[in-house]
Design a protein around this ligand. Structure first.
Ligand code: TYD
Length: 133
């Protein structure tokens, strides 16, 4: 359920040179990271996401800028605003997600527990509802 989707506080080391944050598989990130991807050059008003994963887990970070993530388990929905690089949202499997309200220059950094496999996606909301009701 969406209650398994938690905000993770990422360590932040700051100095007069700036800040550094880091992640490691199976510690700060509660799974093995197999794939990293990022979206950028996102026009204002765009909506991304619009799918659920059958098995894969994801970590989403606002590496730059800000955006909303709406998570939905078929029963309950929650809107989470990400606007700092040292907070991550862990999205477990079986959760529909939509991303919107991107600020100019925002970068969505995603870490996934699996390689890219279209068979792991549910991209039809009605199909998602049927499987998660
Ligand atoms: P999509 O899942 O629609 O992106 P988002 O969830 O951010 O809206 O993916 C956009 C396109 O990129 C789609 O054709 C699939 C492709 N893609 C890959 O080839 N590899 C990947 O790791 C990802 C995430 C997407």
């Amino acid at each position: 359920t969406i209650h398994h989707c938690k905000i993770i506080d990422i360590p932040k080391i700051s100095s007069d040179k700036g800040s550094l944050s880091f992640l490691e598989s199976n510690s700060i990130i509660p799974f093995d990271i197999k794939r990293v991807y990022f979206t950028y050059d996102i026009p204002s008003g765009a909506e991304r996401g619009g799918h659920a994963h059958k098995e894969q887990h994801e970590i989403v970070i606002a590496a730059s800028g800000s955006f909303n993530i709406i998570i939905d388990d078929g029963n309950e929905k929650k809107k989470i605003f990400l606007n700092t690089p040292h907070k991550a949202l862990h999205i477990v499997s079986g959760i529909w997600r939509e991303l919107n309200d991107f600020s100019t220059g925002s970068v969505v950094l995603v870490m996934n527990s699996g390689l890219y496999e279209e068979q792991d996606y549910i991209r039809n909301y009605n199909e998602f509802k049927v499987e998660n009701d």
